[in-house]
Design a protein around this ligand. Structure first.
Ligand code: C2E
Ligand code: MG
Ligand code: MG
Ligand code: MG
Length: 283
């Protein structure tokens, strides 16, 4: 309509933009419907293993949300998280993911150490976030809060006016742990490391992929490992696909890793079955 109003002189929307806007509106409508209906069914939370370098065992998992379209098709977060962020629907969506994560932590008990949950900047900026988390934990006194890890990204936090550090301190005061996601991709990673009270650093896939063939990557990882260790933080290498990279990571004493080499994100039932098989094998 904007295009027509200006005749041929003014092209406010290109066709590409128009398609994007329509896709965004569609994602928003679907998300609204999913949250109002049966989010457990339509917004399933999948899990990807995080393994220990020392034992090779699954010690934790990252919770990764999916959307089940009416057609049955499973959509990845890239297709609806941006719309959720823009509309604020990330707040109820994020709460749903946290609830599912806690539910599974209790279900899997001793079979799984921890679950790591992505928390978006918009969610963290919300005044109700910490009280919501506190209520969730209070409702499950049988859960050790340190089995829950909140993942935040550096870049994502720029531009928010809330005191991020203070908010993270409040989360830590609940006993929940904090991980810096996609570490190394931001503008001021070292400042971030210094100023944020994190327990875990998740080394971005871009540093990890091709590590075994690239001495420069190895040097950077070695330095981050050293830095994290001296700050009392643990490290998870993300996106490990290649056995040679995994070998190199172990040689550098990287404590843990996540990636397709160990398992792709899988529906909770499938992930649970994998855990039970692993426990049986160990026994
Ligand atoms: P992330 O937190 O960095 O999550 C890791 C992503 O890397 C996941 O993609 C995972 O499937 C993918 N990945 C893991 N191992 C490998 C590997 O070996 N190779 C490759 N190529 N990729 C690997 P996914 O599930 O599509 O999630 C993408 C992003 O969406 C996440 O990045 C996170 O930022 C966001 N996200 C996912 N779930 C949630 C959620 O519940 N809340 C919020 N706020 N964001 C979420
Ligand atoms: Mg993450
Ligand atoms: Mg990540
Ligand atoms: Mg990453």
């Amino acid at each position: 309509a904007a295009k027509r109003a200006g005749g041929n002189r003014l092209h406010i929307f290109s066709d590409d933009m128009r398609v994007k806007v329509l896709e965004r509106l569609d994602a928003e409508a679907r998300l609204r419907e999913a949250l109002a209906g049966d989010p457990v069914e339509s917004l399933p939370v999948w899990f990807q293993p995080i393994v220990s370098a020392a034992t090779g065992e699954i010690t934790g998992a990252e919770a990764l949300v999916r959307m089940r379209a009416p057609s049955g098709e499973i959509l990845g977060p890239g297709q609806f998280i941006p719309a959720a962020e823009e509309t604020g629907l990330i707040v109820p969506l994020g709460e749903h993911v946290l609830r599912r994560a806690v539910h599974r932590l209790l279900e899997w008990g001793d079979q799984l150490g921890y679950v790591s949950v992505n928390v978006s900047p918009r969610q963290l900026a919300e005044v109700d976030f910490v009280p919501m988390l506190a209520n969730l934990l209070a409702a499950h006194p049988e859960l050790d809060p340190s089995r829950l890890v909140v993942e935040i990204t550096e870049t994502a936090l720029l531009g928010f006016s809330v005191d991020v550090r203070e908010r993270l301190e409040m989360i830590k005061a609940l006993g929940v742990r904090i991980a810096l996601d996609d570490f190394g991709t931001g503008y001021s990673s070292l400042t971030w490391l210094q100023s944020v009270p994190a327990d875990v650093v998740k080394l971005d896939r871009s540093f990890v992929a091709g590590l075994s063939a690239d001495p420069r990557k190895a040097s950077i990882i070695q330095a981050v490992l050293w830095l994290a260790r001296s700050l009392g933080m643990s490290v998870v290498a993300e996106g490990v696909e290649d056995p040679a990279d995994w070998e190199a990571l172990r040689e550098l004493d990287c404590p843990s890793a996540q990636g397709y080499l160990f398992g792709k994100p899988a529906p909770a039932d499938e992930f649970g079955a994998k855990l039970r098989r692993a426990v049986k094998q160990a026994a």
